[in-house]
Design a protein around this ligand. Structure first.
Ligand SMILES: *[C@@H]1O[C@H](CO)[C@@H](O)[C@H](O)[C@H]1NC(C)=O
Ligand SMILES: *[C@@H]1O[C@H](CO)[C@@H](O)[C@H](O)[C@H]1NC(C)=O
Ligand SMILES: *[C@@H]1O[C@H](CO)[C@@H](O)[C@H](O)[C@H]1NC(C)=O
Ligand SMILES: *[C@@H]1O[C@H](CO)[C@@H](O)[C@H](O)[C@H]1NC(C)=O
Ligand SMILES: *[C@@H]1O[C@H](CO)[C@@H](O)[C@H](O)[C@H]1NC(C)=O
Length: 442
């Protein structure tokens, strides 16, 4: 649509006018949630963007054990002077939003507990009739239909797959970042949601675990990476490290660091992204086959793919903890893992919210079946067993994968499955690189 094109141009103009440098990139420290050092908690966060076109799978772990969280955080410095807020890093959604407080005298607010617009001289909201406002979903269909109202701000309501929502004003602010060479840069007119109301398990309570918002890294134009990629380059990368390690290891979300040199190409395996016009937020990849202990399972590859109506598919999502596999692939993988397991199968798996748990209390080095995924581009993702077996209670290791009923959603490679890999999302080449040996490098 022509109107959209002209809009993108003006929207990002202010970003583009900053001096462009091809060598500089942004480097944001990534922090696992502090509660994750407590492994007695199961992890069940789910921030996939709700797609209005399809029904989504049920929240996976509504059983009693589903407390705690498995999210990764990054700092955002927003406003003038900058206010520092902790956001969940989420490749499964686009909107960047922070909890906002409308307080005038905010002296009772704990620093960092919410963004205080009145304490910033650069805050403004988008107007309802701004073209930008068309990029966010609105709370009611009639929102913005009343032309006699002059100063209607742009209200948004953004929903996630588990029913969590954030509602507020779509706004703009100046954000402050450190670059790789330790220079401070300010990005003006950064578009974000100033959230006045949140509800649902993934954005409140223990799952959110002290975060003040979500940093959407999706493919849509309003995402953090899309907005900043226009200045620093359309590539981002991250390492999600094992949060059970103490002290938690350092890792980064980088934006713009392109690694297309020979050494990087040796380091990475690549798989192309698949685009789905009906769901432009998600990073879809193609799973061609799955093996358990080296034995390839007879799964029809179409189980993983996007169907003619734009449903299904397999996405890479840092905002969802566990992985979700579409039926019947899930049953086949579960059955194969069950067959290969040499340890005692525990009876109380269901009570913990899982289909398969094994008792490892007697085994010094329990041998668990190994999953391997062949992706399009002939790349193989063979994560360590710790990426898909978790220990919700001591002595029990459970297969941390959940089923997706046919026609009710899509498959998800969650953040647990991604641990220990360097992932690079190269949007110009529309591909994802991953490396088991990259986290030490970047
Ligand atoms: C870890 O979780 C358990 C179970 O919920 C709780 O009793 C314990 O106090 C927690 N430990 C820490 C250090 O937070
Ligand atoms: C803000 O609140 C503090 C403490 O409650 C009070 O001392 C101060 O006078 C208030 N300032 C304004 C401008 O109302
Ligand atoms: C539009 O806004 C005007 C001014 O606030 C108000 O009087 C009118 O009732 C509104 N119309 C509708 C259809 O909401
Ligand atoms: C940038 O780095 C300096 C020094 O390491 C640090 O004090 C400052 O808080 C950082 N600023 C941002 C926006 O991350
Ligand atoms: C594991 O098995 C042992 C005996 O083999 C039993 O004592 C223990 O309670 C079991 N652990 C769990 C968590 O079921």
């Amino acid at each position: 649509m022509a109107s959209h094109h002209s809009f993108f141009f003006s929207f990002f103009f202010s970003i583009l006018t900053l001096t462009h440098s091809s060598t500089e990139y942004l480097k944001l420290p990534l922090l696992p949630t502090t509660s994750l050092s407590n492994t007695s908690h199961i992890l069940a966060a789910d921030l996939r963007r709700l797609s209005s076109r399809r029904t989504s799978p049920q929240s996976p772990l509504t059983s009693g054990a589903a407390t705690g969280s498995g999210q990764y955080f990054a700092d955002l410095r927003i406003g003038s002077p900058p206010q520092r807020l902790l956001l969940v890093v989420d490749t499964g959604s686009d909107l960047v939003w922070v909890k906002c407080s409308a307080c005038r005298n905010c002296s009772t607010h704990r620093s960092g507990s919410a963004f205080l617009p009145r304490h910033s001289i650069t805050f403004s909201t988008h107007h309802c009739y701004d073209s930008q406002c068309r990029l966010v979903p609105h709370p009611t269909a009639t929102h913005c239909n009343n032309r006699t109202k002059l100063h209607t701000p742009c209200r948004y309501q953004y929903s996630y797959a588990d029913g969590s929502t954030t509602t507020g004003l779509f706004s703009k602010e100046t954000t402050t970042f450190n670059t790789s060479s330790n220079k401070q840069v300010k990005i003006k007119n950064f578009a974000f949601g100033c959230g006045f109301k949140t509800s649902g398990p993934s954005v409140t309570g223990s799952s959110f675990n002290g975060a003040q918002g979500v940093m959407g890294l999706g493919r849509g134009p309003i995402s953090f990476t899309s907005q900043l990629g226009r200045k620093f380059g359309n590539t981002f990368s991250y390492c999600l490290l094992d949060y059970t390690l103490s002290p938690p290891p350092k890792s980064y979300l980088t934006i713009g660091a392109s690694s297309n040199d020979v050494d990087s190409r040796k380091l990475f395996s690549y798989t192309p992204f698949v685009t789905n016009p009906l769901s432009p937020t998600f990073y879809y990849i193609t799973i061609e086959s799955v093996s358990v202990d080296g034995v390839r399972l007879p799964i029809n590859p179409s189980v993983w793919g996007i169907d003619v109506n734009g449903n299904g598919g397999t996405i890479v999502d840092t905002g969802t903890t566990l992985s979700f596999f579409a039926e019947p692939a899930y049953r086949q993988i579960l059955a194969a893992v069950r067959r290969r397991v040499k340890l005692l199968v525990a009876k109380d798996a269901a009570a913990l919210g899982f289909d398969l748990c094994v008792n490892v209390s007697g085994a010094a080095r329990p041998k668990l079946p190994k999953l391997s995924f062949v992706l399009a581009g002939k790349s193989a993702l063979s994560p360590p067993t710790g990426n898909y077996f978790i220990e919700p209670v001591e002595g029990l290791k459970c297969l941390a994968v959940q089923p997706v009923r046919p026609g009710s959603g899509f498959s998800v490679i969650g953040n647990l499955m991604q641990q220990g890999y360097l992932f690079e999302f190269d949007l110009d080449r529309s591909r994802m690189g991953f490396s088991r040996h990259g986290c030490a490098v970047r």
